[in-house]
Ligand binder design. Structure first.
Ligand SMILES: Cc1ncc(COP(=O)(O)O)c(C=O)c1O
Length: 375
């Protein structure tokens, strides 16, 4: 008998998250120096990790023989000050991805439904399927969440509704007004999850707290993986009603977030210089990429966050050729976006390299050779 005969049948149907390709992988495949590879595939921070976060992490390493604080008290205290909410309104998770998975486990099961946009960040759909519930994917005309259609998709079986803002990969985001009007119309048996992984890149990110204060069934998740530059540590958080948070706490593993990550995140939260610099580099980088795409006559979407969507005729080919040149971007097949690639905004030098390479690849396509064949 094979293991696949023994496993729960739904495990065989479970989709697996496809991350951006790791640098080492691409280096091995193409015989390139890892240091020469530019990864613009996972919306990481091109400036690197928060220096204050790293200093705290290095100190915490010396205490590696001790179990971490399972309740992440210091970080929750720091977040409580930042957001002016109580400490028991926060949960710290192994990346915000873990939060989304736990939320689905806590509130969804077989026979339940969860509503999302058809091109919403895919971690939620994966979490819903893992919980044995049915993902209801609402079409996104012009790649935007269709709030009326999402409301129409809500029924007695609906347990969760999910919207990321800005959404990865489409970049669309709700205004405060639209967010409040949408949540106001959700029935009381539905929990709304707002994913703000990229909020710090925005000047006017919507705020879920007025809705929490009104007693609405809402929860917001955020991450240290993006502007704080701590993706490798796997640490994120969510805030909402204390009762909701305490229920989700029952499901998490006892020490789900390690001590090094906790120390790094707590310090990174105070690293205002790093956050400001990252935002500035991102704002400038977005302008640089947009100007470059326009000069190349390409269609793009650059709406929010630290990434852009680029429309190309042959995304698979462009992805492959850029990869041979040492640049990793992200094809978007899992999102059924078959004419786009997603590119993380880099530093000025990185963006310039991407644009030059992209131009060579596109010209090569027109003339029938590949960029790697040219001197
Ligand atoms: C919208 C959105 N939410 C969550 C995440 C994942 O964050 P984390 O690294 O904290 O799991 C991402 C990562 O790309 C994202 O784009």
């Amino acid at each position: 008998m094979k293991y696949s005969d023994l496993v729960r049948p739904d495990v065989l149907k479970q989709p697996v998250y496809e991350p951006g390709r790791p640098i080492e992988d691409v280096a091995r495949e193409f015989g390139l120096e890892a240091a020469s590879i530019l990864k613009l595939a996972s919306n990481e921070n091109p400036l690197g990790p928060s220096p204050m976060g790293m200093e705290a992490a290095e100190k915490a390493l010396r205490e590696a023989h001790l179990y971490p604080d399972g309740g992440c008290w210091r970080l929750r205290e720091a977040l409580s000050t930042k957001f002016d909410l109580a400490t028991d309104q926060f949960i710290i998770t192994n990346g915000s991805n873990e939060f989304v998975t736990l939320l689905c486990q806590a509130f969804c099961g077989p026979g339940d439904e969860a509503v999302m946009g058809a091109q919403s960040f895919i971690a939620f759909k994966i979490g819903v399927l893992l919980a044995g519930a049915k993902p209801v994917e609402v079409p996104m005309p012009d790649m935007r969440h269709d709030l009326d259609a999402m409301l129409a998709a809500v029924n007695d079986k609906t347990k969760l509704v999910y919207i990321p803002c800005p959404n990865n990969p489409t970049g669309d985001c709700l205004t405060q007004e639209a967010l409040e009007a949408f949540v106001d119309q959700l029935p009381d048996h539905v929990i709304f999850c707002f994913d703000e992984a990229y909020a710090e890149y925005s000047d006017d990110a919507p705020d879920l707290r007025p809705l929490i204060a009104k007693g609405k069934k809402v929860v917001c998740c955020r991450t240290f993986s993006k502007i704080y530059g701590l993706a490798a540590f796997r640490i994120g958080y969510a805030y909402g009603d204390a009762e909701l948070i305490s229920l989700i706490n029952r499901l998490r593993a006892p020490f789900n977030v390690n001590a090094i990550a906790q120390a790094a995140a707590t310090a990174a939260l105070r690293d205002h210089d790093h956050v400001a610099r990252a935002k500035q580099v991102n704002d400038a980088g977005l302008k640089q990429l947009v100007a470059g795409f326009e000069a190349l006559g390409l269609e793009y979407r650059a709406e929010g966050g630290n990434f852009v969507l680029l429309k190309v005729e042959n995304p698979g080919q462009i992805f492959e050729t850029l990869q041979q040149e040492g640049i990793i971007v992200r094809p978007l097949k899992p999102y059924l976006l078959t004419q786009h690639i997603r590119i993380t905004v880099g530093t000025e030098t990185q963006n310039a390299r991407l644009l030059t390479c992209l131009q060579a690849v596109l010209e090569g396509e027109e003339s029938g050779d590949s960029a790697s064949e040219r001197p």
